[in-house]
Design a protein around this ligand. Structure first.
Ligand SMILES: *Cc1c(COP(=O)(O)O)cnc(C)c1O
Length: 429
């Protein structure tokens, strides 16, 4: 199929994330991807600033990843997980328990980040049910949070950007508090924590768990908040008998400079969601981890089972990809890579601070954000980035970068230069 045929047919019959069929927006056909570069069907090469939405931390088409998958495929690609088990799943579970904070101990494999959030929410409800607290069925979440697109996950996403009004009759009603005002690196005052403390005090008898993205609120606004807020949130959950679910689907596996973002605060959750870069961007896989206390209580209570079980649970190919990705991560000087990327992003994006239409530039680990005062004109800005030889996908007011960890300084400089130039010359929409 010719490239024009491909994109024309795509436009006519294929949905893309958060898109309209037949939309008048550019769409680019990718032929292959290698290292930090995407190769388009028209021969152009783009330096990847997105890691395919946080995932491709080792870059694309990595020989060690490819070998691991080929080896696994030669023995088995999939078997059902009901009543059967296999080495990739057990080895990966053992590894995840070892590298995540104590006392996380039990692992549930899910097929996507959203499903791992559904699983976390069901675990929290079943835990309290088993303890005879059947009125604890609701959740407390932060404004500007993002936890996925399925109904349970959606119910704890920001009510405005998550368009809760559209689904109002179907969507569970949860409790929300303002997004933390205290920035990363700053203390969290009594005033900063008050909304969370007040809501817990008033509603804790109905709340099964507080769910939040530690340190970085991702798709809901790319905000970096105080580790002290997270520490106080943990203490409040303990005080009021509410479980803490941390959604590290975006932040997990090094992106913020720590292996897990909750390490910035030195706390651990009762339930942890992992996904995205878990398989280095090769396959879809997610995991929900919980403590021995939660898994035992659920398993020994009524109905004595955890009520979830996806068809493709613990897919062996996906588990092998995750094992290979973790091996690559730990063999690499990943902390140095993140520190190097952080410095490159800070230096490279700094000129954007001088532009009148830029509200703020912020960097944490390998995440660089240019927040505009007005939403960008997607149609214009997307093609400008491609013309500049980079793949950057802004949303709303945010132009942001989260490059693969392996990106060299020279490519990073090209990437940030393109952002500076495109941001400089783009008119607000
Ligand atoms: C992407 C994301 C999800 C949803 O993961 P999917 O794999 O897209 O279902 C949930 N929470 C956070 C923080 C995410 O970044």
């Amino acid at each position: 199929m010719q490239q024009e045929q491909l994109t024309a047919l795509d436009r006519e019959i294929v949905w893309h994330p958060y898109s309209a069929i037949g939309a008048d927006l550019p769409i680019y056909a990718v032929e292959s991807a290698q290292g930090v570069r995407l190769r388009l069907c028209d021969g152009r090469e783009l330096i990847d600033g997105m890691s395919s939405w946080w995932c491709a931390i080792h870059g694309y088409n990595h020989p060690q990843m490819n070998t691991a998958l080929q080896r696994q495929m030669a023995s088995m690609s999939h078997v059902m997980f009901g009543g059967l088990t296999h080495q990739p799943a057990v080895e990966l579970a053992e590894k995840l328990v070892a590298i995540t904070p104590e006392p996380l101990h039990s692992v549930f494999f899910a097929d996507s980040g959203s499903v791992s959030v559904e699983v976390a929410m069901k675990m929290a409800i079943q835990y309290w049910h088993a303890k005879g607290k059947r009125e604890k069925q609701r959740f407390l979440a932060l404004r500007h949070g993002y936890h996925g697109d399925t109904f349970g996950a959606m119910s704890v996403c920001d009510p405005i950007t998550g368009m809760h009004s559209l689904f109002s009759e179907t969507l569970a009603q949860q409790f929300f508090v303002e997004s933390p005002a205290c920035r990363f690196g700053k203390p969290c005052t009594a005033e900063d924590i008050a909304p969370l403390a007040d809501s817990l005090e008033q509603n804790h008898e109905k709340i099964a768990a507080l769910i939040l993205e530690p340190i970085v609120q991702g798709a809901g606004g790319m905000r970096f908040y105080s580790a002290d807020y997270l520490r106080q949130a943990r203490a409040l959950c303990d005080k009021y008998g509410v479980l803490l679910i941390l959604d590290e689907i975006a932040t997990g596996f090094g992106r913020t400079g720590k292996l897990f973002a909750c390490e910035h605060a030195g706390i651990s959750p009762d339930i942890l969601c992992l996904g995205k870069s878990l398989t280095g961007g090769y396959m879809t896989l997610a995991a929900t981890l919980t403590t021995r206390e939660v898994s035992r209580t659920i398993s020994q209570g009524d109905p004595g089972l955890f009520m979830h079980g996806p068809t493709f649970m613990a897919n062996p190919l996906a588990c092998s990809a995750a094992l290979a990705s973790l091996q690559l991560l730990f063999e690499s000087p990943w902390q140095e890579n993140i520190a190097r990327l952080q410095q490159g992003l800070e230096q490279g994006l700094a000129p954007c601070r001088n532009f009148k239409h830029v509200a703020e530039v912020r960097v944490l680990g390998a995440i660089g954000v240019v927040e505009m005062k007005e939403p960008v004109n997607m149609k214009e800005i997307q093609s400008r980035f491609v013309e500049a030889g980079v793949w950057v996908r802004p949303f709303g007011k945010l132009v942001y970068l989260m490059p693969p960890f392996i990106m060299e300084q020279e490519d990073l400089a090209t990437l940030t230069r393109a952002v500076v130039e495109v941001v400089r010359s783009t008119s607000p929409s």
